[in-house]
Design a protein around this ligand. Sequence first.
Ligand SMILES: NC(=O)c1ccc[n+]([C@@H]2O[C@H](COP(=O)([O-])OP(=O)(O)OC[C@H]3O[C@@H](n4cnc5c(N)ncnc54)[C@H](O)[C@@H]3O)[C@@H](O)[C@H]2O)c1
Length: 386
Amino acid sequence: MSSPVRMGLVGVGWMGHLHTRALRRLRDHYPDLPEPQFVIAADSLAGQEAEARSRLGYEQFSTDWREVVSHPDVTAISVTAPNQMHAEVCIAAARAGKHIWGEKPLGRDAHETAAIAAAARKHDVRTIVGFNYRHVPLVQHARSLIEAGELGRLTRVRGTFLADYAADAAGAFSWRFERAKAGSGVLGDLMCHVVDLLEHLAGPVHSLVAQDSITHTHRPLPTAGAGTGASHFAAGGGDLVPVENEDHVNCLARFDNGATGSLEVGRALVGPHVSMGFEIHGTAGALAWNFERMNELRFYTRHPSGGDGFSTVFAAAAHGDFSRFQPGTGIPMGYDDLKVIEASRLVGSIVDGHPYGPTFDDAERATAVVAGMEASMRSGAWEHVL
Ligand SMILES: NC(=O)c1ccc[n+]([C@@H]2O[C@H](COP(=O)([O-])OP(=O)(O)OC[C@H]3O[C@@H](n4cnc5c(N)ncnc54)[C@H](O)[C@@H]3O)[C@@H](O)[C@H]2O)c1
């Protein structure tokens, strides 16, 4: 019998591979969900056909994404092309009644994200956005601890995504550094993850002030032959061209609940690799987590008998979807597992119609906060988040 989940893919790069691998692993971890089928993949680079067919297992391939959107057998589409394609592809997919797994930032700016979210609502399709860090079992545990009042009243909230993928000045000028293709730099690439994570844990940001900087003002074009699909991890060998968007953003914020804090992201930092995490302090306790040690949460709580201090909580069966992946505490999960959880939310929502988050509405909210940061970077003043 044909599966209700018949996938199309637009963009056969890193995320295109990962979405497909996650869907292929789905029933290893969620045997109650239907087996997805892989109908058609598209990439503007014809050279991706072999990858799409033989490695990822799509039955058909096209260099035109419209063939994915209009394909009568396709019921859901992964949109994993660069940011400038998100609005056009997602809006067309929603109009065609296809459910969508869209990668963040879901458009180049808040206007595009809002238009995408509105189209999905209008055409009543199920959506998931790639805010994968929400699915970390210990992030879910942290949220439960905060909701249960274990930290008391929240006083300070700090979120970071400090990365080194652009630390090498010889790194290629990929689409990520180009405004027409990516929109903003680290705001869209990394800050939207931090905003979503912090608001998921600590509630809405109320107002903020932000500053940005570019560390390497010029980068070499990709080596001839690499095409427009050059990875941001690759070294460039061509002419030097100006970087068009920000490498680093610092932001101070007030939250609706009265807590103050900061959100900081960078892609050209020497030292951290993927230092994505949070520190949250309350009147009764504190939490600290970093993706580089995804399976460990640091939790401080006061003990009446003394001996206060942070303790380390290891991911365990009681936390989020951990038991779908590992049999016991101390056996680590990894990044790709988060995408399997995300795939389960997409497929689950197609099966029962329930909008499991994070949805395109969550992406719209995150980009509204990011838009507030852009407004503050222009005005140099505090801005209210609308
Ligand atoms: N959730 C996460 O943690 C995460 C991580 C990395 C990237 N992303 C997001 O995923 C998206 C893709 O990033 P990536 O790292 O996979 O990029 P990538 O450069 O590895 O892959 C993008 C692919 O899209 C193809 N493409 C370009 N224009 C196209 C078009 N018009 N039609 C069809 N295909 C086209 C390229 O040829 C390339 O193969 C971005 O929006 C990015 O922000 C999310």
